[in-house]
Design a protein around this ligand. Structure first.
Ligand code: HEC
Ligand code: HEC
Ligand code: HEC
Ligand code: HEC
Ligand code: HEC
Length: 250
């Protein structure tokens, strides 16, 4: 009797344990990939073309308003200094002539190149750049719509974050807190362009000539890049800042 019960118990527990292990391992390895879907930015934007190519400063597009609030993404107004389409209605009419109707002007984007009505506005020379610029002009500038950029560092509504409060942090300062790792490199990074965006953002996004996809967590809608609470709190603790809940949750 005793023996039978023992083997019966094993018979029940072993497959369960094995099954549990298989699922746990599969979950560990596979789930993180299934959890995220890639969403493409509205069109490709190159920081290199604008910062290096045009000699623009970060502050030309990402600046603090007079009240200290952060402007975030640039609006069409900042772009129109150079991407000047003149009277949008005239452009829409000219494009509508090509496609037959103002409702179809996005069909222009399916054509391989041109049309002439647009050519004279294009500043880029390379085919990929021209495509991106056409998309920007046709879908947004001509139609008077702001570009709905995905924010890689998007935070839930209940989190309060202020760029102003973090503007004076330097990479070197933070690297030193973390026990000196990469201190020299960080100090160098500071010297080169003086930005600290890499502390929290997609690394070196400002040195890229493309826009990587936004990776959306299908369960929460957050970005894969969203800084986790413990990451904010770790730096706050290291820098002797309060981690009371109300500091970040209003
Ligand atoms: C011509 C305007 C322009 C200039 C100049 C510019 N940016 Fe940007 N920046 C953008 C646009 C548009 C986006 C959104 C698309 C993208 O993510 O690339 C962006 C996105 C970013 C982001 C990512 C925000 C997020 O979603 O997480 C960072 C960080 C950033 N820029 C840093 C910089 C830095 C640093 C500089 C200077 C070296 C700079 N930018 C110069 C237009 C500009
Ligand atoms: C100082 C002038 C200037 C400003 C301001 C400017 N651009 Fe440009 N842009 C250019 C020039 C010049 C080119 C062509 C660059 C080349 O081919 O090297 C270009 C190219 C582009 C392209 C195609 C290349 C690429 O993938 O980035 C896009 C898209 C674009 N701009 C979008 C924007 C947006 C969006 C803004 C506003 C946030 C903006 N530009 C602001 C001058 C400007
Ligand atoms: C201490 C962390 C931190 C640093 C440093 C930082 N950011 Fe951010 N940034 C964030 C967070 C968090 C968000 C998301 C805010 C939200 O979703 O409410 C954000 C959002 C943004 C956005 C999206 C639009 C918006 O309206 O907020 C842009 C653009 C941006 N940051 C640019 C920059 C640039 C440029 C730098 C460097 C000069 C920089 N950030 C430095 C944490 C940081
Ligand atoms: C690399 C270090 C660092 C990181 C990462 C960081 N912080 Fe901070 N934070 C600071 C420092 C330092 C201050 C104090 C700045 C001051 O008072 O001059 C601060 C201050 C603040 C304040 C107070 C602002 C005010 O006006 O009183 C808030 C809110 C805040 N952080 C939210 C966040 C959130 C949310 C995150 C994560 C998304 C975050 N921080 C990530 C270093 C950091
Ligand atoms: C330094 C900033 C900071 C402090 C302090 C902080 N949080 Fe958070 N909290 C965040 C950020 C950023 C997120 C979103 C990212 C994440 O979910 O990790 C978050 C998310 C949360 C969430 C999940 C909400 C959601 O919508 O997913 C809860 C619950 C929460 N915090 C509770 C607390 C409590 C309770 C305290 C105090 C003990 C606290 N937090 C202190 C920054 C902070």
């Amino acid at each position: 009797m005793e023996e039978m019960r023992a083997s019966k118990q094993y018979g029940g527990a072993l497959p369960f344990l094995l099954g549990f292990l298989v699922v746990a391992v599969a979950g560990w390895v596979l789930f993180p990939d299934i959890l995220f879907v890639d969403k493409e930015q509205p069109f490709r934007f190159s920081h290199v073309a604008h910062v290096e190519g045009q000699g623009m400063l970060c502050e030309d597009c990402h600046y603090f308003r007079e009240d200290g609030s952060f402007a975030g993404f640039p609006t069409n107004e900042e772009c129109a200094m150079c991407h000047d389409i003149g009277d949008p209605q005239e452009l829409v009419d000219a494009l509508a002539e090509v496609t037959g109707s103002p409702d179809n002007i996005e069909d222009v984007l399916k054509q391989e190149e041109g049309p002439e009505a647009l050519d004279y506005l294009i500043l880029s020379a390379e085919p990929e750049d021209i495509q991106a610029e056409r998309a920007f002009i046709v879908k947004y500038l001509a139609q008077g719509k702001e570009v709905p950029w995905y924010n890689y560092q998007f935070q839930p509504d209940n989190v309060f974050f202020s760029h102003k409060a973090h503007a004076d942090l330097t990479m070197a300062q933070v690297a030193a807190l973390e026990g000196g790792h990469g201190e020299a490199e960080a100090a160098e990074a500071d010297a080169e362009d003086g930005t600290n965006c890499n502390l929290c953002h997609l690394e070196d996004i400002h040195l890229r000539s493309d826009t990587p996809p936004f990776q959306e967590n299908v369960m929460t809608g957050y970005s894969k890049m969203t800084m986790k609470m413990w990451q904010c709190e770790r730096c706050h603790a290291q820098m002797h800042q309060s981690n009371a809940c109300y500091v970040c949750h209003k």
